[in-house]
Design a protein around this ligand. Structure first.
Ligand code: CP
Length: 323
């Protein structure tokens, strides 16, 4: 059996970020605080830094992405790095090159950080085990398992709107079984001390019983949303569902779609979250997605700040290791 992969260096700082599992809550809070330094009001010039001057960040995405890929690129550029975006399907991987040969090729071009999204479990850790000592690997989303920067940006968004975690009831709704977003958000919110976590999903979209420990499970959306402070809606992950999809989308929307009427069962100041991309009219109506309780675009803005915080932390950690 291989030993758990160490994400931290000898100083307890992040060398890689592959999962939030096991990550110290103090380190999570530090990243949330650091991200706040990179936030700015809409329409204002975003803060720029030079923490990554002279560095190169390579985005290797083997699954589609809008938010994560664009925000990692912006984060790298705003910290003074060069950025390379490789669409894996259009790279030499499509001609049979292995992932590790792709990594070695880019390492030869002096890449310092690889941001990787892949549908294959374990591939990001595999890469991290093979890169040079000075190189860092950050997950941009691994299969259904993990999306650590999404978990952090979700926590930051909740903290901004609710001031903390300890009094909150947070409800996840939809295809939780196939959601890496839900797994990382669960990990972050549990570590940060959220009071109550609820899962609402049809049977086939509920995670395995041993997962999401401590969360209460509801088949009824009306029960699961009652009195909630935060409602996090999740898309049906069609790309990960081998078995039959729910064919009656109207029925799914009726049972598990967030409408204004259903949202009225949550607390009056409840916030509505969605990691995107949304399927409007399926898991959420436009009235709610674009309504006053929605913080969905704030999540996107926070994504850039969180990714800047993670990259800056990793760069600082490397400087400490080799001043
Ligand atoms: N939330 C998220 O991961 O979105 P993208 O797939 O667009 O990156």
């Amino acid at each position: 059996m291989t030993s758990p992969f160490p994400q931290l260096d000898a100083n307890g700082r992040l060398r890689h970020l592959i999962t939030l599992d096991g990550l110290d809550p103090g380190l999570m809070r530090e990243l949330l605080e650091r991200a706040k330094d990179y936030l700015c009001p809409p329409g204002r010039l975003p803060p720029r830094g030079d923490d990554l001057r002279g560095w190169t960040v390579a985005n290797l995405f083997a699954e589609p992405s809008t938010r994560t890929r664009a925000s990692f690129e912006l984060a790298a550029l705003r910290l003074g790095a060069d950025a390379v975006n490789l669409d894996v399907m259009l790279s030499s991987r499509a001609k049979g090159e292995s992932i590790i040969d792709t990594i070695y090729t880019l390492e030869a071009m002096q890449v310092d950080v690889f941001v990787i999204r892949d549908a294959q479990p374990g591939i990001i850790e595999f890469v991290a085990r093979h890169v040079g000592d000075h190189v860092s690997v950050i997950s941009g989303g691994e299969a259904h398992l993990s999306h650590p920067t999404q978990g952090l940006l979700d926590a930051l968004t909740i903290q901004q709107h609710k001031g903390g975690f300890s009094d909150l009831t947070v409800t996840f709704v939809g295809d939780i079984r196939h959601s890496r977003v839900a797994r990382s958000a669960h990990r972050a919110l549990t570590a940060l001390g959220v009071a109550e976590l609820r899962l609402v999903a049809p049977e086939e979209m509920m995670p395995e019983p041993h997962e999401f420990q401590g969360a209460r499970r509801h088949s009824s959306f009306d029960d699961g949303i009652a009195g909630a402070d935060v409602v996090m809606m999740l898309r049906i992950q069609r790309e990960r569902i081998a078995e039959a999809m729910p064919t009656d989308i109207d029925r799914y929307h009726e049972l598990y779609g967030l409408t204004a009427a259903r949202l009225a069962r949550a607390k009056p100041q409840a916030i509505v979250m969605h990691p995107g991309p949304m399927n409007r009219g399926v898991e959420i109506t436009s009235e709610v997605a674009d309504g006053p309780q929605s913080v969905i675009r704030r999540q996107v803005a926070n994504g850039v700040a969180i990714r800047m915080a993670v990259l800056a932390h990793v760069a600082e950690a490397r400087r400490r290791r080799a001043p």
